[in-house]
Design a protein around this ligand. Structure first.
Ligand code: MMA
Ligand code: CA
Length: 399
């Protein structure tokens, strides 16, 4: 017995099977049957036999096939179980595949970041390489410097030994100086006291300087004012010098005038002497009449020039005496020049008692301000008349 060929195909969880036998059959044609009529029945018998044989074979085959199918069914069941196991395995593998893909993505990301990091590190390495070159150069120069410094250290070590010696001597010196400092400290205290006193003195002097500075400013102002005054005085001196020249000229002229006046005084003295000779005693004084004719003012000046003035009459006794000694018209010391109608004597005293002629004073023509004596034999007391001051009369002087 030979089993058929089985085909199995698996797609995911689906399962499909196909079975079928393969046999070979002998070929037979009707055209041959017609052509061989003589052998037809023989062939038919043969064919029946063959057909029966085939049926037998087919029956055998079906039986065999039944067992085979049973076996195949069992096998199929076992295969199906196997397939389910495979499917489970596939599912688990599928899950593993997903996990692995995720892990792969993570690894890919890690690779990318590592690549980035690698580039940065390469850049860093390049920079460090360049820095290393620089550091090597620096190292060389520092090595050179180090050698120089070693030499310097050696020199400094020697110098240090010398300095140590100096330090020792300086320590000795320091002790001496400390002693000296103690002494100087005491001296400094005394000096500090002196300085404090001097500072106090300095403050006083500064105050004094400030006062003197203020005084100096005032003096400077005074000097400026005095300079200004000096300039003014110099101008004034110049003016006065010029004025002095003019005054000198005036003095010369006045000296000339003095000479003339002295001459006049001499003549007036002569006149006074003559007046005295013909004057009259009145109490302790003199009353006399001038020779020449003058206005009231000129007549008064005549009297003053000889140390007298126009006569003042304040009593009837004196009025009668005047009338007895002056037989002609003459000025007396009375007028109302300052205010019309208000008579005043030459000593500025007011008129209290007048000895007026009848109808006088009449201020005839509105221009009669000076008073004259007019003697009338029949009127020995009332002799006064007001008259224009410019009229020419003798003067009755009293000294
Ligand atoms: C008259 C009389 C006076 C006047 C004189 C002026 C002589 O007297 O009128 O009052 O003053 O004239 O000469
Ligand atoms: Ca008159």
């Amino acid at each position: 017995m030979e089993p058929g060929i089985f085909y199995l195909r698996f797609e995911n969880k689906d399962t499909e099977s196909t079975t079928g036998p393969k046999t070979e059959t002998p070929s037979c044609s009707q055209d041959e049957g017609k052509a061989q009529k003589h052998r037809g029945s023989r062939c038919l018998v043969l064919m029946t036999v063959c057909l029966g044989l085939i049926c037998v074979l087919l029956l055998v085959y079906i039986i065999l096939q039944y067992f085979s199918i049973t076996a195949v069914t069992n096998l199929f069941k076992s295969y199906k179980n196997k397939v389910e196991e495979f499917n489970q395995t596939i599912n688990s593998l599928q899950d593993n595949y997903t996990d692995l893909m995720n892990e792969k993505n993570q690894l890919q990301n890690n690779i990318n970041s590592l690549t980035q990091r690698k580039q940065e590190l390469e850049t860093r390495v390049n920079n460090l390489t360049a820095e290393k070159s620089r550091l090597l150069e620096s190292f060389d120069s520092l090595t050179q410097k180090k050698q120089e410094l070693e030499t310097r250290v050696n020199n400094l070590t020697a110098e240090k030994s010398q300095l140590q010696n100096s330090f020792n001597s300086l320590s000795q010196k320091k002790l001496e100086l400390e002693t000296r400092v103690s002494n100087l400290t005491a001296e400094k205290s005394q000096l500090q006291s002196t300085i404090n006193a001097l500072n106090q003195k300095k403050l006083e002097l500064e105050t004094r300087v400030n006062d003197l500075t203020a005084e100096k400013s005032q003096l400077q102002s005074t000097i400026n004012a005095l300079n200004q005054k000096k300039l003014e005085l110099e101008t004034r001196v110049n003016d006065l010098t010029a004025e002095k020249s003019q005054l000198q000229s005036t003095i010369n002229a006045l000296n000339q005038k003095i000479l003339q006046l002295e001459s006049k005084v001499t003549s007036l003295s002569t006149e006074l002497k003559q007046a005295y000779e013909k004057g009259y005693r009145w109490g302790s004084g003199w009353i006399f009449l001038s020779n020449g004719l003058n206005s009231w003012s000129e007549s008064r000046q005549y009297c003053r020039n000889i140390g007298a003035d126009l006569v003042i009459i304040k009593s009837e006794e004196k009025q009668r005496f005047i009338n007895s000694i002056v037989p002609e018209r003459a000025w007396i010391g009375l007028n109302d020049i300052q205010q019309e109608g208000t008579m005043k004597w030459v000593d500025n005293s007011p008129l209290n008692q007048g000895f007026w002629f009848a109808g006088e004073p009449n201020d005839a023509g509105g221009n009669e301000d000076c008073i004259e004596h007019i003697p009338y034999p029949q009127y020995p007391i009332q002799t006064w008349n007001d008259l224009p001051c410019s009229e020419m009369r003798k003067a009755i002087c009293e000294k």
